[in-house]
Design a protein around this ligand. Structure first.
Ligand SMILES: Nc1nc2c(c(=O)[nH]1)N[C@H]1C(S)=C(S)[C@@H](COP(=O)(O)O)O[C@H]1N2
Ligand SMILES: [Mo]
Length: 406
């Protein structure tokens, strides 16, 4: 494990000395601290709640045309690699329907040998698997194109890049369902459709079917309504849009459906006026979550720079961080487990000298693909795009201890 992170004693002692200045010294005989008078605790509860002192929340942007149809995960408040279900980002094209699982059905038809209708009970009887996977909206960070589809989202915080989350999803491999229905030879595409008012429809090549999940579980319980309760498609590593929520139909066909979401939307307009279609894979991307825009450092001294990296093509192999605007890069420690198409947490000890510092992270995935700079991405793709921005993000630590987008 080349990048396994073990903080060496020497490295830590060095950091400790720098941190020491910021800690409160006390005698060995100091009184044991008490946060307040001791109190009789609350009794047990049927369904837990977080501490009232914790305030991390999804951001509900009010300043752009997507009002009320998407919310952003507070990545700056995250620890580890899992997103709590209550903080999973949301993207709804017609709101969150309330669906009674007893009445929900999944129809698989079209170019299959035996069209079948599944109840939720049918689906839960079948062999299931659990996988930790990120889901990212292809519009995430879209404002970084500068003039693309999403110009008005406030983009000065890590949270404004939070149309991405990572959960443990439990469900039946789509291949299990297709084994029941059979798939005719000429079937090349699967059109998946949601039960929400917009009937969200996307076409997927059958080759990916082996990797897809028809998911009913999220982080150890049923899917949240916002995530598609009672049933959604999970398409590992591919753009969020194809992860059809409230899944009610899969139709096998010999060609793509060419619905609204794959013609007028979710295509990438190139500088020469042509458009890329079916750009499914979310390329490798990373983001420093601390220190990040909107935060304020306590003062010079020791900090752990940390963040998240992910790739739709597999495992994250390397994350480098620069603290001097891209002149020098250092390898960070990658926390295990590093799972394919899941968040990977990176960490780097850092001593801030109190001066201006530009922080950037750059990841490499198992295919050798290196996260590009914003400039490289713009040179290739132009400014007409709104989707699939995965360029390097810079934060600037100012001498007044504030952190801003750079
Ligand atoms: N039925 C249905 N599925 C849908 C959507 C929708 O509006 N309706 N939104 C899509 C988009 S654009 C994204 S990015 C993801 C968002 O999933 P989440 O809300 O669970 O984060 O779901 C996709 N699946
Ligand atoms: Mo999306």
């Amino acid at each position: 494990m080349r990048k396994d992170f073990r903080i060496t004693r020497r490295r830590w002692l060095g950091a400790g000395a720098a941190l020491g200045a910021g800690l409160t010294a006390c005698k060995n005989s100091a009184p044991v601290p008490e946060a307040g008078p001791s109190q009789l605790g609350k009794p047990v509860s049927a369904y837990g709640e977080r501490s009232p002192f914790e305030t991390a929340a999804r951001m509900l942007p009010d300043s752009h045309y997507l009002t009320e149809s998407d919310s952003f995960t507070p990545l700056q408040d995250s620890s580890g690699i899992l997103t709590p279900s209550a903080l999973h980002y949301e993207r709804h094209h017609a709101g969150v329907p309330q669906i009674d699982p007893a009445r929900h059905r999944l129809l698989i038809h079209g170019m299959v040998d035996r069209p079948l209708m599944f109840t939720m009970d049918d689906i839960r009887r079948l062999p299931s698997v659990s996988r930790i996977l990120f889901v990212e909206c292809s519009g995430n960070s879209g404002f970084e194109w500068g003039g693309g589809l999403l110009p008005d989202i406030p983009h000065n915080t890590a949270q404004s890049h939070g149309l991405v989350s990572c959960s443990e999803w439990t469900g039946v491999p789509l291949a299990v369902l297709l084994a029941e229905t059979g798939l005719q030879k000429q079937a090349k595409w699967l059109m998946a459709e949601g039960a929400d008012a917009c009937k969200m429809q996307r076409s997927l090549p059958v080759e990916k079917a082996d990797d897809m999940l028809v998911a009913w579980g999220q982080n150890g319980e049923a899917l949240r309504p916002e995530q598609g309760y009672p049933l959604r498609l999970i398409v590992p590593g591919w753009e969020g849009n194809v992860n059809i929520k409230w899944l009610r139909r899969i139709m096998a066909a010999d060609q793509p459906y060419m619905g609204r979401e794959e013609t007028s939307k979710y295509t990438d307009l190139m500088p020469d006026g042509t458009a890329r279609m079916f750009t499914f894979v979310m390329e490798a991307k990373s983001l420093i979550t601390f220190p990040s825009g909107g935060q304020k450092l306590a003062g010079p001294g020791f900090y752990e720079i940390t963040g998240l990296a992910w790739s739709g093509r597999g495992i994250i192999e390397r994350v480098e961080v620069s603290t001097d605007g891209g002149r020098n890069w250092r390898d960070t420690g990658l926390q295990e487990p590093r799972l394919p198409m899941a968040f990977t947490r990176f960490r780097l000890p850092w001593t801030w000298d109190g001066g201006e510092s530009v922080l950037q992270s750059r990841c490499t995935d198992e295919t050798g693909y290196v996260q590009p700079s914003r400039e490289a991405l713009l040179a290739l793709r132009g400014r007409n795009s709104g989707y699939h921005f995965n360029g390097i993000k810079a934060w600037k630590v100012m001498a007044d201890r504030s952190v801003v987008s750079a």
